[in-house]
Ligand binder design. Structure first.
Ligand SMILES: Cc1ncc(COP(=O)(O)O)c(C=O)c1O
Length: 395
C-alpha cells in the first residue's frame, strides 16, 4: 500500500513518458572532461550546453592548482566557514575576488545557489522589499522566499514596470535584484536605467554576475564594468561554477555588509565550507581570467558569429547579447524531439521547457566556450540547419 505522502511520486509520469517516447534529455552520463567535445552515453558529442565559457574546466593550470590544494589541505574542511572550515586559501581567493570586482571585501559560499539564498534572506528583512526581474534565476527567487521581506516582481527588463513597483514601495528598505546576463535569455540587465531608478527611490542594487563574470567588460569584471558603473552595484554576486571552472559563490560589497552577511546568512553558518580542491581551482581560474583576456575576445567573436548564423537560417534568437543564445522552437514536445534529433546527429544541447518558459515558447538553449573551434561551430550550425528544417522550425 502506498502511503499518502508518497502518492505524488507514484503518480508522477512526466519522466517515464518521455523515456517511453525516446526523448528523455536529462541525467545523461558524461564520461569525459568538460570541453567542447565530450563522451556522453559512450559516444562523442559536440557540446552546446556548457557554462564553461572560458574553457578553463580542463585547463592544466586549474587542474594542477586543484590537485596541489588537495595535497596540502586534504579533501574536506569538515565544517562551517564560521567555525573550523576557513583556511588561508578561502581568504586568499576572497581577497583576490574583491580586488577583481573592485569592492572592499568578499565572502565565499559553498555554491552560487547558497550565496543567493543566504545573502538575500539575511539582507532583506521584515517590512522590507525584494524587487526582482521576472526572469531572475531560481536561486534568487529561493533566497527571496526564505527572506521575511516581501517579494515583488517586475516584467523582464521592463523599466516602466520596475519604476511602478519602486514608487509603490517608496519609503521602505528596497533591494533591486537582477541577473547580469539572464541565464535562459542571454540578454543583459539594463543597469544604467536600474541604477537611475535605484537612486531616485533610495533602493539598493544587487547583481548576480553568474553568467557575466569573466565574459563581459574589458577585463571580464561583469556588467558593472561593461556599463562602466561598477560603483553603482551595491552587492555583486558571482558563481565559481561557470567561467571560474569550479563550484562556489562569491558575494562582494562594503566591509560592513559582508561582515553582516557572514554572521547572519544561514547558508554560511549551517553548511560545510567549500573543499580545498575547489578553492584551488578558483584561485588558478581567476588568474587566467585576469591574465588571458584573449579568451574573452575569442568567446565574444564566437558568440557573434553564432547569433548571426542562426538568425540568417531563420531562427529566433530573442534578445541574446552574450555566449548564451536561446533558439525558440515551439512547444515542449518539439523541444524534446529536437534535443533527441540533435543528440543523434552528435550534438549535446539543452531543452528548456515549461514552466521555465511560457507555454509554446520552449527553447534550445545554446551556449559557447572560448575553446570551440571553427570546425566545432560549423558542425553545430550544419546540424541545427538540418534538424530545424526537418522539424519545420526554419524554412
Ligand atoms: C544566474 C545564476 N545564479 C546563480 C546560480 C547558482 O549557481 P551555482 O550553480 O554555482 O550554485 C546559477 C546557476 O545556474 C545561475 O545561472
Amino acid at each position: 500500500m502506498c502511503l499518502a505522502v508518497f502518492k505524488k511520486c507514484f503518480n508522477f509520469h512526466a519522466s517515464s513518458d518521455l523515456k517511453k517516447m525516446g526523448f528523455y534529455p536529462y541525467f545523461h552520463r558524461v564520461e569525459s572532461e568538460q570541453g567542447p567535445e565530450v563522451i556522453v552515453d559512450g559516444a562523442k558529442k559536440i557540446v552546446v550546453c556548457s557554462n564553461n565559457y572560458l574553457g578553463l574546466a580542463n585547463h592544466p593550470k586549474v587542474i594542477e592548482a586543484s590537485v596541489n590544494a588537495v595535497k596540502k589541505y586534504g579533501t574536506s574542511c569538515t565544517g562551517s566557514r564560521f567555525l573550523n572550515g576557513t583556511n588561508d586559501l578561502h581568504e586568499k581567493v576572497e581577497s583576490k575576488f574583491a580586488k577583481f570586482v573592485e569592492k572592499e571585501e568578499a565572502v565565499l559560499f559553498t555554491t552560487g545557489h547558497h550565496s543567493n539564498l543566504g545573502t538575500l534572506s539575511s539582507l532583506v528583512g521584515k517590512n522590507e522589499v525584494l524587487i526582482t526581474d521576472k526572469l531572475d534565476h531560481a536561486s534568487i527567487i529561493d533566497g527571496c522566499r526564505l527572506s521575511s521581506g516581501e517579494l515583488v516582481r517586475f516584467r523582464h527588463n521592463d523599466m516602466t514596470d520596475l519604476e511602478r513597483q519602486l514608487s509603490k514601495y517608496y519609503g521602505k528598505g528596497m533591494l533591486i535584484v537582477v541577473d547580469g546576463i539572464f541565464s535562459m535569455e542571454g540578454d543583459m540587465a539594463k543597469l544604467p536605467k536600474i541604477s537611475n531608478l535605484a537612486k531616485k527611490y533610495g533602493a539598493g542594487v544587487f547583481v548576480d554576475e553568474a553568467h557575466s563574470l569573466g565574459v563581459v567588460g574589458k577585463n571580464g569584471k561583469g556588467i558593472g564594468e561593461y556599463f562602466n558603473m561598477k560603483e553603482d552595484i551595491d552587492v555583486v554576486m558571482a558563481t565559481a561554477s561557470k567561467s571560474l571552472a569550479s563550484i562556489g559563490g562569491f558575494i562582494a560589497s562594503k566591509t560592513e555588509i559582508i561582515d553582516y552577511i557572514k554572521h547572519n546568512a544561514r547558508t554560511m553558518i549551517f553548511t560545510a565550507s567549500l573543499p580545498p580542491g575547489c578553492v584551488g581551482a578558483i584561485d588558478a581560474a581567476l588568474d587566467l581570467v585576469i591574465n588571458e583576456p584573449e579568451r574573452r575576445t575569442k568567446l565574444i567573436k564566437i558568440s557573434q558569429k553564432m547569433k548571426s548564423a542562426f538568425e540568417f537560417m531563420g531562427y529566433n534568437t530573442n534578445n541574446s547579447n552574450s555566449p548564451i543564445i536561446p533558439l525558440t522552437v515551439g512547444n515542449d514536445l518539439v523541444a524534446f524531439k529536437m534535443w533527441k534529433m540533435l543528440f543523434d546527429e552528435g550534438i549535446f544541447a539543452s531543452p528548456v521547457t515549461t514552466p521555465a518558459v511560457p507555454e509554446g515558447r520552449a527553447i534550445i538553449r545554446t551556449s559557447y566556450m572560448a575553446t570551440h573551434s571553427d570546425l566545432h561551430l560549423d558542425f553545430i550550425l550544419e546540424k541545427f540547419n538540418k534538424v530545424g528544417k526537418q522539424l519545420g522550425i526554419i524554412a
